[in-house]
Design a protein around this ligand. Structure first.
Ligand code: AKG
Length: 189
């Protein structure tokens, strides 16, 4: 990864993207210069697919993030888009361990105001995390800066939503994106 350029991103992160150019607000997608996931991911994706829960997982996008305590790197609580991205978000955690903080606004009693419930998920170095179902769609996820102890790099892989999958309204575009992604000839966009 360090042989490719890292681009400055928000909150002290650096990133490398392998995927189409997307304007989520306008719901527009441009294939642009997307030329696939990197060659180094081919083996990893095959290995993921050996896990029963990832047997049908075909990623169409990869985002590498680089966190360093000296830059105060973090990612604020958020939900990933679900117009383009599908059910499973798969992240490989590398170089050092961290904690993923999951949070949900919940009224704990009928009368009380909503309160934030937090769950800390330990991510060991070299672990793989799959977010799906409520953890994907209801609970926000974040990495707080106090949980970055040393340089940490992660790769997040995303699959297509139903709209871009066979039978969906934008299946043809989805098919084209998958063909490019799974050529594994990519350079960062
Ligand atoms: O650093 C991580 O593990 C989380 C990355 C993430 O939430 C994202 O890319 O949307």
């Amino acid at each position: 990864m360090d042989q490719d350029v890292w681009n400055e991103s928000q909150s002290g992160r650096r990133k490398q993207d392998f995927g189409p150019k997307v304007n989520f607000k306008k719901r527009k997608i441009r294939v642009g210069s997307f030329n696939g996931l990197p060659a180094s991911s081919q083996k990893l994706v095959l290995r993921m697919q050996r896990e029963p829960s990832l047997a049908s997982f075909e990623p169409v996008e990869q985002c590498n993030l680089d966190y360093h305590p000296q830059r105060g790197a973090a990612i604020d609580p958020h939900l990933d888009d679900s117009w383009l991205w599908g059910e499973r978000l798969v992240t490989i955690n590398m170089l050092s361990s961290t904690t993923l903080t999951m949070s949900l606004e919940q009224s704990l009693s009928d009368l009380g105001p909503p309160e934030e419930v937090r769950v800390a998920v330990h991510l060991p170095r070299r672990s793989l995390l799959v977010l799906y179902d409520e953890a994907r769609h209801r609970w926000k996820h974040a990495i707080h800066r106090e949980n970055i102890y040393k340089r940490r790099v992660c790769s997040t892989y995303r699959e297509l939503s139903a709209e871009f999958s066979p039978g969906g309204q934008q299946a043809a575009l989805g098919d084209q994106l998958l063909d490019i992604a799974l050529s594994f000839q990519g350079t960062p966009i």
